[in-house]
Design a protein around this ligand. Sequence first.
Ligand SMILES: C[C@@H]1N[C@@H](c2cn(-c3ccccc3)nn2)[C@H](O)[C@@H]1O
Length: 447
Amino acid sequence: MPLMYGAQSEGRRDDETMRRFRHDRFGQFIHWGLYSIPAGSWNGVTYDYAAEFLPQSAGIGPARWAGLVDDFAAPEFDPEAWASLAADLGARYVTVTAKHHDGFCLWPSSLTDFTVAATPRGRDVIGELVHAYTARGIAVHLYYSVLDWHHPDWRYAISSSQDEEAFDRYLSYAGEQLRELATRYPNVRGFWFDGTWDESVKANGRWSWEIECMLKRLIPGAIVNSRLRADEHGARHRDSNGALMGDYFSGFERRLPDPWDRTVTAEDWEACVTIPQNSWGYHAGAEVARTHKHPLELLEQLVQAVSLGGNLLLNFGPRGDGSFAPFEKDVVHTLGAWLETNGACIYGCGPADGWDYPGWGYYTADAETGAVYAVVTRIPVSGAIALQLPERTRVRNATAVATGRPVPFAVRDDRTVRFEVDRASVIPLAFALEVEQRDDTAEQPEV
Ligand SMILES: C[C@@H]1N[C@@H](c2cn(-c3ccccc3)nn2)[C@H](O)[C@@H]1O
């Protein structure tokens, strides 16, 4: 069907900025704001829901919530230390909450007083972070919530002409804030939109189309996630013709596609995940209750995402003072150390065509060289794994990615080889496979 405000382009973007985003594969999400101060508790009551939802969980009105501005002193906020942590993690880009659902702006926006400018130290958090990350060669994407609990003209739905006039004012405000962000921070690489599921936003597909156009006009090559977009019929992420809007699919939140679901390899996509079960902002309870995921669970999610042609955006929620909790530093050290020696099977990689999900781990392939990697994340008690080969494929040799040492394997039949793996390993084992195509015509038996 003809659309005015559907997908702005067909197929994958193949420009340098998008190729870099695809090559990066691994990003760090940062959720930091006023919600990081109460960290899930209010007036002595702890709410088990996501810490950044505390205003809703505890019924705190915008005026009382705004009282936290005076407490946002962030004595431990050190942008260079944050950038070093991202580098240590092995993240190639960072997505930072410029404005979350509570409407508080981590940059001194001229459009509202509800910003860091009103805090005791008045630091331009976004500006300092963009500088620090960029100086470390880490690309920056800015998270912006269209949903805004603080702004008086926000509406969940439009049920009167007054609602429509108010929400139009809100969309103008949000549009000017986004213009301001793209103008103040022109070297950010992308924008990550959230809070766009309500009827009011879905009814304004043209606005979302105009925002995408504006951002890409102000920052040529800017990358925008599909979650911003609706078309004129209210279809989100993919327009009414099924074409992906924005530059990559961003519907995987706290979930990944099934490991065998090769359909997702048709598009660029990114999954965002948390370390605790369900809090994006720092939740003091998560630190105590040990409900957060083991670092190696998160590493497996990264390998799984890459095996299916996606990126993983792993969330960290700094504490209200600007420091990181020990359980998050553990994740940094575990994933960073593994990527230091095994990153070849992640960065610049994607799906290995013809290599089906094996169960014991994932196959990835270098998008440029075609080199195939077998990453064992579930080491079998037998100490042996079988690789089912694509048709007419032979493994010439195999090396351990971490050490470069050759790895012995046995050819079981013309479609299967068998590897011995170190049953004592407590981290995933990555193997680089040198494969070649077999010319079976000469060997084809008469039937
Ligand atoms: C990226 C993540 N998206 C935000 C979010 C998630 N949700 C939500 C709300 C109801 C059900 C499921 C998810 N609402 N807002 C989270 O606060 C975080 O920013």
